[in-house]
Design a protein around this ligand. Structure first.
Ligand code: CP3
Length: 336
């Protein structure tokens, strides 16, 4: 087992820097696009063998130091008793969408995702790099259970939050409970670290982050840590909230590209690992630019035992695979 990622997560990595890429199991890979010609997205997310196959695609194609389970943050909607499909060109569609307090009260917590646990067991037999499991942050998941057309300012979600904070908290509570059951299952089956994607919390003010996002992320993080696994927090604009995120006591924080990581290191305690933070658009530059940018960014992080190389957000679907290989190769050479 290549343990670089697990060591970096506890800030004890003395070897080369581990690298993996958010959304590595996705559309930038020709092998993924070929699978998608044969299967609908719903088939891919709900079939044990296809989950295994898709998770392994980037491992074979680009040799990252970790695998991330091929699934989606919205899968938890199924446990809440909602209908979930993935539609061409539209992404996840949840029905019925939530509109009232009564809708929230009716939500359930039914374990129904055993096929994902089975895929995790299969993957552990096949992988020689650690397997990352993940979940959505409750605020982000809530927005997908409410919005008709998901947009960046989340109008229906925020109106509900202001109008009736009590039932909004009940919703976050129910999503958190279902998420904890789901993660318990993934952990029991063998995922080796967990990342929480609170991707849309950046629409909240700091006061509202502390009311509607951070306490729920903290509960999930504490739960994962109690199971002796490392937990990574991701949110957009994480550079602006480094100290707040650190106070939730995660093992690692994933940063986007607004600030250089050595600046983030200055404000973070030594025992919290740092993940990130290349701009996904860098991978459209010339390979000379990719090499130069990577070397320059890695140099100040060279001695950091808690640094995990990644992009600042998911890889873009049109990214040339050759450039991804160049990116990973440069990281390996820089760390030799
Ligand atoms: O990182 C990985 O490779 C693992 C798999 C993964 C997927 N979704 C697969 C997927 C992960 C970690 C996610 C997280 C996710 N899903 C987030 C949070 C992360 C982030 O990027 O901020 C969100 C907001 C979602 C919800 C979602 N799922 C959307 C908005 C869409 C459609 C648009 C899009 O980005 O593709 C999906 C579908 C989805 N989930 C795809 C994949 C590979 C696209 C599949 C396809 O069209 O073939």
């Amino acid at each position: 087992m290549r343990e670089l990622l697990l060591k970096a997560l506890v800030c004890e990595n003395k070897g080369r820097k581990p690298v993996w890429i958010m959304r590595q199991a996705g559309r930038f890979l020709p092998e993924y696009r070929a699978l998608r010609e044969k299967h609908t997205l719903s088939e891919m997310f709900f079939d044990r063998d296809l989950i295994v196959k898709t998770t392994l695609l980037p491992i074979e194609a680009i040799d990252p130091d970790a695998a991330i389970l091929f699934s989606d943050i919205l899968i938890v909607a199924k446990m809440l008793g909602l209908h979930l499909t993935f539609e061409e060109g539209r992404g996840p569609v949840v029905s019925p969408l939530l509109r009232t307090k009564e809708d929230v009260i009716k939500l359930k917590n039914i374990p129904c995702l055993d096929f994902i646990g089975d895929a995790v067991s299969d993957l552990r037999c096949k992988l020689t790099v650690p397997l990352i499991g993940f979940c959505g942050g409750p605020f982000t998941v809530a927005s997908y259970l409410i919005e008709e057309k998901h947009s960046h300012d989340l109008p229906l979600t925020k109106k509900w939050m202001y109008r009736d904070p009590k039932s909004f908290h009940l919703l976050l509570e129910k999503i958190t409970e279902a998420t904890l059951s789901y993660l318990a299952m993934l952990i029991e089956k063998g995922v080796q670290a967990v990342q929480i994607f609170e991707s849309f919390a950046h629409v909240l003010s700091k006061t509202h982050l502390w009311e509607f996002s951070f306490p729920y992320m903290k509960r999930i993080a504490e739960f994962v840590k109690k199971k002796n696994l490392s937990v990574i927090l991701f949110m957009r604009n994480s550079c602006l909230f480094a100290e707040d995120l650190a106070s939730l006591s995660p093992d690692a924080i994933s940063f986007d590209w607004q600030k250089p990581l050595f600046e983030m290191r200055r404000v973070l305690p030594r025992h919290i690992a740092i993940q990130g933070n290349f701009d996904p658009h860098l991978l459209f530059a010339s390979q000379d630019t990719i090499r130069k940018t990577v070397r320059e960014a890695l140099q100040p992080m060279d001695q950091d035992p808690g640094y995990i190389v990644n992009l600042g957000h998911g890889i873009l679907p049109e990214t040339p695979v050759e450039n991804v290989k160049c990116f990973i190769q440069t990281i390996r050479e820089a760390c030799e």
